[in-house]
Design a binder for this molecule. Structure first.
Ligand code: NAI
Ligand code: MG
Length: 360
């Protein structure tokens, strides 16, 4: 084996425990086909069961344990019947994102064959863009507080924090991504007409960065009209870059425009590769369908493709994505119920794994 990767596998809760094995199955198929070595270590923390046993979401030594892994492959975390969502989220996923400085949250938005968009008259290929969200600062800061609580003068303040380092590094990541794409076009989400300090600063940094990337076409929209364009003209976009809050909204709206939440993947990336990056589906633990074996594993499998790409295995990554497209466009009975089929999590995962082997 020429290349070998050490990957932490963290299934988490609910359907995370059902879709992760399918992601791993496809990962192994791709590794076999492309001569890649995999060293997978599975962990039971970052789950409600772990929390019930230990009273915390993560063990004390989690940082040391995970920091030298090449990547983290995560299912979904959260089981509101047992653990309040803010406890499970802040106690695990947000710890990974912050301590590993995964400042680029990347979500592809692509209308796949065999998937019906909720937007009328759109077919495969019509929607194909990325949302790049700043993942560490911006509107989601811990700076602020309450004064005069419970009185007429009750006052609540929360500050947006934008640093030159933080803004420039997410912009650079987005410009680099745009440069690698055929259309080489970047859209910035702003609101500098209403938010008069941080957003004009964001625009200024976009303009400064654009000067370094004359090969990338740049435009910008205020967030309100931008959300409308996502729905009305999704074909316009190639790479969309946004602050933490705007990116949070756009990165749910985008995948929703491209069909079922069950297929949408995401990456939380440390582009400097000081720490492992994290790859996970967009969806959560889906308590309403957990345990039935019908969860769509494609979001997890597509996340595996993004992970392979990040690890420097673009051929294997592309083969997984092609296999997903082939299976989605093929026999509908193999697909899970959310895609109108009668298949199971395992049958869909197995079909994609077989297509990966067939393609190599
Ligand atoms: P959810 O994404 O788990 O479910 C929303 C709806 O989509 C449900 O009807 C579910 O059945 C359906 N769905 C989700 N994934 C699917 C799949 N792969 N195949 C077919 N249908 C699918 O969101 P919800 O219900 O708001 O959250 C449930 C739990 O998950 C909460 O504890 C929440 O905090 C957590 N969560 C965790 C995330 C993460 O780990 N990154 C992200 C979102 C939610
Ligand atoms: Mg969100």
């Amino acid at each position: 084996m020429s290349r070998r990767y050490r990957i932490a596998v963290i299934p988490g809760d609910g359907i995370g425990k059902e879709v992760v094995p399918e992601g791993v199955r496809v990962l192994r198929a791709a590794a076999d086909a492309f001569g890649i070595g995999l060293d997978l270590a599975e962990y039971d923390f970052a789950s409600a069961e772990y929390w019930q046993r230990h009273g915390t979401m993560l063990p004390d030594g989690w940082f040391e344990e995970l920091k030298d892994r090449d990547a983290l492959f995560l299912g979904a975390v959260g089981w509101p019947d047992t653990v309040p969502d803010h406890v499970s989220l802040w106690g695990s996923l947000l710890q990974f994102r912050r301590r590993f400085d995964q400042y680029a949250n990347v979500r592809p938005v692509r209308l796949m064959p065999g998937v019906t968009s909720p937007l009328a008259g759109r077919g495969p290929g019509d929607i194909d863009f990325y949302v790049v969200r700043e993942n560490t600062e911006g509107e989601y800061s811990a700076i602020g507080g309450r004064m005069f609580e419970g009185t007429e003068r009750e006052t609540v303040v929360q500050e947006t924090v934008m640093t030159r380092t933080g803004v420039d590094r997410i912009l650079r990541y987005a410009f680099e991504l745009a440069r690698r794409r055929e259309r080489a076009s970047l859209t910035s989400a702003t609101k500098s007409n209403g938010i008069s300090q941080t957003m004009p600063y964001w625009d200024e940094r976009v303009a400064a960065m654009a000067a370094e990337y004359p090969d990338v076409a740049v435009d910008q929209y205020h967030i309100d009209i931008l959300t409308a364009h996502f729905v009305l003209h999704p074909e316009r976009f190639d790479v969309v870059v946004a602050s933490n809050l705007f990116g949070d909204i756009l990165s749910d709206l985008g995948p929703a425009c491209a069909g079922t939440i069950g297929i949408a993947p995401s990456a939380n990336i440390d582009p400097e590769r000081r720490y492992p990056s994290l790859f996970e589906p967009v969806h959560g633990s889906a308590p309403d369908i957990a345990g039935k074996g019908i969860a769509n594993p494609v979001g997890q499998i597509w996340s595996a493709s993004m992970m392979l790409d990040h690890l420097g295995e673009p051929e294997a990554a592309a083969a997984v994505l092609r296999a997903v497209e082939e299976v989605l466009a093929g026999d509908r009975s193999a697909l899970t119920p959310d895609l109108g089929g009668e298949g199971t999590t395992a049958s869909l995962g197995a079909a994609v794994a077989a297509a990966v082997k067939g393609a190599a």
